[in-house]
Design a protein. Structure first.
Lengths: 321, 219
């Protein structure tokens, strides 16, 4: 059990996805996850103009322009004027939405990275077929009901790993370790809902945007932003407690919308906490149950008979492994 | 050592900069703002037009990539998440700052600035908004263009602070992903899987799955 615990992934986070991000090559950099190259456009243009070294720290948003202006005065050759900065930002805006095809290609790149080192079950394997049906039912309840191509749902054959992850564009991965860990279909649906929620809520995109904004700020002022400048830092800790809380709540909503019992999420979290002997790292809210319970209270209760029926088929499908 | 309080303040400032630079358009949102009367284009290979705004309903017709329609209704509106730069919370904060600076009372943020539609209605039925694109976005929906965009992203320092000595969650994380770190992307394999996956999820089988499990339209 100990050995297994050692390998337990933070399955209710996007760590697998995040891990992929950290491992992507420069050809497919982490920022490609969801979209936008605003930061680069701004950053590069500013760097090209030698914009750095101003020690003044802006006190308000608009001070960034003043700071930049001062820098310009100090160095007539370089720097970006407020108008240029605005222009660059507007230019960057054009690239901020990847669209259906962009999401698909970003997800494809991440998935290509993942499958190169794992063993996936055949797509016509009965277990994959079952997980696909659950996944599509949950995905259908989300705001990403349509994808560039049919969603690809794969089961990774590794019982040591309790994990699931979702990449944009309709790529869903479930480890067999997770299938062993969850007790029924409703629990599996909650986990999938949580992961879909991270993508649906654009947590990665927004994280990247924050990072890019930070870089813009740093480049404009010459101040390094220790502690927030690195996306990897967030990867290290998972998303913030706030984002994980959002994904818990939205994941429960998606499961409920699809017809599953959102309270199953509470059971999963409780078991995971027992298994890990603590809450899941610093990136999770202190009380994950309450967000899920709030959702459960707001929807029509799911009949025990329905849960039992699904549990029966879950067991039947898994026993065939 | 991280000075969290300082970082938070700086983050707020940095976010405000973005909001100032992108004043009104929800520009950094991944969800495009689409209005009634807009002409939009299908940017998925194919998508069904459903009888009601739900994939659990019957499909009326199939729309192919590039076909266009005029939006006659917006369904399943949702507020952008609070973490989105164009969320109500962030727009209100921006308006508060602007109002303070300009010495006026803050104005209410119109809903259309932070609400988006998950489904679009047109004369032929309902289509998921995630498959639709405005003309300007649609023009970018080419493999070359999106690949360029994806590859152009470069977040410096994403490996900063990574330590092989990390324990706890990092160990757990590596359990799931560590083997991936050195892996070379296998596009042949993923493309083969994607190809063989197309069209295998039969709508009928999925409906039977939902009926049996009392899900979706059968819940």
């Amino acid at each position: 059990m100990k050995a297994r615990t050692k390998h337990v992934a933070k399955f209710l986070s996007v760590y697998a996805l995040v891990g992929l991000l950290s491992s992507t090559s420069q050809a497919n950099p982490p920022g490609g996850l969801l979209g936008g190259d605003a930061g680069k456009t701004l950053r590069e243009m500013m760097q090209k103009r030698g914009q750095s070294g101003n020690e003044a720290q802006p006190k308000s948003a608009l001070d960034i322009f003043n700071t930049t202006k001062k820098s310009n005065e100090g160095d007539k050759k370089g720097g970006v004027s407020p108008l240029e900065l605005m222009g660059n930002a507007l230019e960057a805006k054009k690239n901020s939405t990847l669209g259906p095809m962009g999401r698909y290609f970003a997800g494809r790149a991440l998935s290509a990275q993942l499958i190169s080192t794992v063993r996936v079950l055949p797509i016509d394997d009965p277990l994959t077929q079952y997980v696909r049906a659950v996944s599509l039912t949950v995905l259908g309840a989300s705001n990403y009901a349509g994808n560039y191509k049919d969603p690809l749902i794969l089961v990774i054959d590794d019982k040591e790993i309790i994990n699931a992850c979702v990449a944009p564009g309709g790529f869903i991965f479930v480890w067999t370790g997770l299938l062993d860990f969850v007790k029924n279909e409703d629990e599996l649906a909650f986990v999938l809902g949580h992961e879909v929620a991270h993508v649906e809520l654009d947590h990665s995109l927004n994280h990247i945007k924050s990072q890019q904004a930070a870089d813009l700020f740093r480049d404009a002022t010459g101040n390094a932003l220790d502690g927030m400048g690195s996306l990897f830092r967030a990867m290290d800790l998972g998303f913030s407690a706030k984002l994980e809380g959002e994904a818990d709540a939205r994941g429960a909503e998606l499961a409920a919308k699809a017809g599953y019992d959102p309270r199953a999420g509470v059971a999963v979290i409780e078991r995971l906490e027992k298994l890990q002997g603590r809450q899941h790292g610093t990136g999770y809210p202190a009380d994950r149950r309450s967000a899920i319970e709030r959702v459960a209270m707001s929807v029509k209760p799911v009949s025990a008979a329905a849960v039992a029926k699904r549990t029966e088929r879950f067991r039947a499908r898994l026993s065939r492994q | 050592m991280v000075d969290i309080r300082r970082s938070k303040v700086l983050l707020k400032v940095a976010m405000a900069i973005c909001c100032c630079a992108f004043p009104y358009a929800g520009m950094v949102s991944a969800f495009e703002r689409i209005n009634i009367g807009d002409e939009v284009y299908v940017a998925c290979e194919s998508v069904a037009a459903y009888s009601v705004p739900s994939v659990y309903s019957s499909a009326r017709k199939e729309l192919r990539f590039g076909s266009s329609f005029t939006v006659t209704g917006l369904k399943h509106m949702f507020a952008l998440p609070s973490t989105d730069f164009s969320s109500r919370k962030n727009l209100e904060k921006l308006e508060m700052d602007d109002a303070k600076r300009e010495g006026r009372r803050p104005e209410a943020i119109p809903e259309e600035k932070f609400m988006r539609a998950a489904w679009l209605h047109f004369v032929g039925g309902y289509v998921p908004a995630s498959c639709a694109a405005s003309k300007s976005l649609f023009e970018t929906q080419t493999e070359r263009e999106v690949t360029k965009r994806i590859e152009s992203l470069n977040l410096d320092g994403t490996n900063k602070n990574f330590s092989e000595d990390e324990s706890g969650d990092m160990t757990a994380m590596r359990g799931a992903t560590g083997r991936t770190k050195g892996g070379k992307a296998d596009y042949d394999m993923i493309d083969a899987l994607i190809r063989s996956n197309q069209g295998i999820a039969s709508a009928r089988a999925l409906e039977e799955f939902r009926r049996e499990g009392m899900l979706g339209e059968y819940k």
